[in-house]
Ligand binder design. Structure first.
Ligand SMILES: *Cc1c(COP(=O)(O)O)cnc(C)c1O
Length: 466
């Protein structure tokens, strides 16, 4: 297993050849989840004392297992937040795996960490953070939100050491905040002061202040505010500047969750919407969403990284025996061992240049806005529910019932056309389209509207004679 022999040589060619094929050839849009029993039947007996050999394992993966996974990078994958890694980024992910770099501490991973930090510095500068800002790459937005909030609470604890701690800690966020933020509250056992979102799905400084006034008991334990820079459901940006004012006044940690939307910092057309982010204490962006890196990578940046190290650095006799060096990503999140998962983004960024990133994000924004215009231009069939802040478009199909949305979604996923999952906005079912792939075309999106405009699928089958 640990010696390179002729069999390893053959397997290397097969695996790398397959990886290149996987990367180059479009995936089949019919691919998707299969029942566990079906997959278990195929896997049955593969794990054996003698092994089945790499080629057999690869065959099963290629023929059965990968086709049971949805192609998240397909240009017509328009649900959740999809992914669209560049070839350079994915190719370099193979290199990261091949390099066995422990990127928790500078002492062991300096070269990789220096490059990751260059990518983080680009993000920090886009956000208007001062020199000295920094952080690390974690698995994604969920890990970033939790790490940032733990830092914020630790900072509040140290400050309030003398004044005495509140009976319950709490942070504020809107009802539109991502599920991972509510999950972080459960993990930390803290309360959430829910700030009602306005009609655009946003939190403002005024609504934050009003929510504090309305619930003084919870507000007395407040240590942080989580603002969204692009909510997942509608792509709305909270009023970051107004929120920053309240945070400054009340000495609250401001974390900006930009897991989805933060990528648009590099698009000049969207940058003004982020005004105020430069005053936050931490922000996060998922490169695996809209910055064209493969899973999994979340970037977390702190204005004052030493505050994060105070909360997160792990100590132990075997860890403290050596000088760990200048920058230790392990200190900035709740992790120790980590792969250098920021390197695929770094490699692609330096390969293509930041202008290419600006252009790619602008392309997707333009596509989403053109799609919104298309929806608006067909008022007899559709209702655009919100002017898109970023690249999420919400619209209703006039006269459709909940089951009509469900049927169309199921049928167009089954026939491999697209995946668009309905969501809810202001209590009503609607469609949500999220564009992050520069290869998603305005014409193809218009084709989907043509299809929906014919009417619900059930009505169509009733109307036709067989
Ligand atoms: C996707 C998302 C998250 C969670 O990120 P993961 O990478 O899936 O952990 C958090 N916040 C927002 C706004 C998101 O869109």
């Amino acid at each position: 297993m640990h010696s390179w022999d002729e069999r390893t040589d053959l397997l290397a060619h097969s695996v790398l050849g397959y990886a290149v094929e996987r990367l180059r050839l479009p995936k089949d849009t019919h691919w998707g989840a299969r029942p566990a029993t079906e997959l278990e039947a195929v896997l049955d007996g593969m794990l054996s004392p003698g092994g089945v050999g790499g080629h057999e394992a690869l065959r099963v993966f290629r023929d059965v297992l990968v086709p049971a996974c949805r192609p998240m990078d397909d240009p017509m994958m328009l649900s959740y937040v999809p992914t669209a890694p560049t070839f350079a980024a994915t190719l370099f992910d193979l290199v990261v795996s091949a390099s066995s770099i422990f990127a928790g501490h500078w002492e062991s991973g300096a070269g990789a960490i220096a490059a990751e930090n260059q990518a983080l510095a680009w993000l920090a500068e886009l956000a208007g953070f001062p020199p000295g800002a920094g952080g690390c790459f974690v698995s994604g937005g969920s890990a970033a939100n939790l790490s940032a909030l733990v830092t914020g609470r630790h900072h509040a604890m140290e400050r309030q050491e003398r004044a005495g701690r509140p009976p319950r800690w709490a942070f504020a966020a809107t009802s539109e905040v991502h599920a991972s933020v509510k999950a972080a509250a459960r993990v930390m056992d803290v309360d959430v002061l829910v700030v009602p979102a306005d009609e655009h799905g946003r939190m403002t400084g005024a609504s934050l202040s009003a929510a504090c006034a309305a619930d003084p008991a919870t507000a007395s334990g407040l240590f942080a505010v989580v603002a969204s820079a692009g909510t997942t459901n509608v792509g709305a940006l909270d009023d970051l500047a107004g929120i920053a004012d309240v945070c400054a006044e009340r000495q609250l940690w401001l974390h900006v969750d930009g897991a989805y939307g933060g990528a648009a910092l590099c698009a000049p057309s969207a940058r003004p919407k982020f005004a105020g982010i430069e005053r936050s204490d931490s922000f996060s962006v998922d490169p695996h969403k809209w910055l064209f890196a493969p899973y999994d990578a979340g970037a977390l940046v702190y204005r004052e990284p030493s505050l994060a190290a105070a909360a997160h650095a792990q100590h132990g006799d075997y860890l403290d025996a050596i000088d760990r060096g200048e920058w230790n990503p392990a200190d900035y999140g709740f992790h120790l061992s980590r792969r250098a998962r920021g390197l695929p983004l770094w490699f692609s960024l330096v390969t293509h240049g930041t202008d290419a990133y600006r252009d790619a994000v602008e392309t997707t924004l333009a596509t989403a806005h053109a799609f919104a215009d298309d929806v608006r231009s067909r008022p007899e069939h559709f209702e655009l529910l919100l002017e898109p802040d970023l690249s999420v478009v919400l619209f209703r199909c006039r006269g459709w019932r909940d089951e009509d949305y469900r049927d169309w979604t199921r049928e167009r996923a089954r026939d491999g056309t697209t995946l668009i999952v309905p969501t809810r906005w202001e209590g009503e079912t609607c469609y949500r389209v999220c564009v992050i792939n520069p290869r998603t075309s305005v014409a193809a999106l218009g084709g989907l509207l043509d299809d929906m405009a014919i009417g619900p699928l059930t009505a169509r089958s009733r109307g036709t004679t067989r």
